[in-house]
Design a protein around this ligand. Structure first.
Ligand code: CA
Length: 227
């Protein structure tokens, strides 16, 4: 259930929004002050914030600016005057959307859904936010490139790296790598994996890329986007 924080001092508006959110399957928390909102945002995780621009203790812009120092959570502004929001754009404050009062709660829910779908997609795209995967596997040419630069790999190094790349962050045991890569594993030792990982690493580094292969002591190896 997506969790929404509503920061809004007008209770009439807050009530209709909270009602709409609960009937649409959202879990909502409501505070009337910006300071209480920031406190809640630091204490628990939410999926999205609906933030009134005109709050009694601070402007919604200021609250958003403070939020951005510790979170990139999506923000929808509620504003009394359309003119207010130009400032948001001007300040590049990092809002995802805004609604001008009066608005229909249904419209707000629809906008929330759009943003949550977008963030879910971004989070599912592996490494899309951390670092892009610069390694490209060309199956037909049995070649892996870093950017535009093909790595000069042997057949086993290619197969080994291809296996790791296919499932980022997954830790493979040497045994699993043996089975995936070496078609006749009986004549090889697990040490063979280590040897090939070593030469593979050297070639990736020689190609100018930071070493993306993690050693998991006593277990095996993984490919990671994280530096
Ligand atoms: Ca207000």
């Amino acid at each position: 259930m997506p969790r929404i924080l509503l920061i809004e001092d007008e209770t009439a508006i807050a009530d209709t929004v909270l009602y709409a959110l609960s009937t649409e399957g959202f879990e909502a928390q409501h505070v009337t002050l910006g300071s209480a909102g920031l406190q809640a945002l630091r204490a628990t995780s939410f999926d999205l914030v609906v933030l009134d621009v005109g709050l009694p203790d601070a402007s919604g812009f200021e609250i958003c600016r403070q939020l951005r120092t510790f979170s990139d959570m999506p923000v929808i502004f509620l504003t009394a005057r359309a003119g207010e929001i130009d400032r948001v754009v001007g300040l590049e404050i990092g809002a995802d959307d805004y609604l001008t009062k009066p608005f229909s709660p249904r419209e707000l829910v629809a906008r929330i859904r759009v943003i949550l779908r977008r963030t879910a997609r971004q989070n599912n795209g592996v490494g899309e936010q951390a670092a892009p995967n610069l390694f490209h596997v060309d199956e037909e040419k049995a070649r892996i490139s870093h950017g535009q630069q093909p790595l000069d790999l042997t057949r086993y190094e290619f197969l080994l790296f291809k296996t790791l790349l296919a499932q980022p962050e997954r830790v493979f045991s040497r045994e699993q790598l043996m089975q995936q890569v070496w078609t006749a594993p009986d004549h090889s030792l697990e040490r063979t994996v280590d040897t090939h990982i070593k030469t593979l690493r050297a070639k990736i580094k020689a190609g100018g890329a930071p070493d993306p292969i993690r050693t998991h002591r006593g277990i095996g190896y993984s490919f990671s986007f994280k530096p």
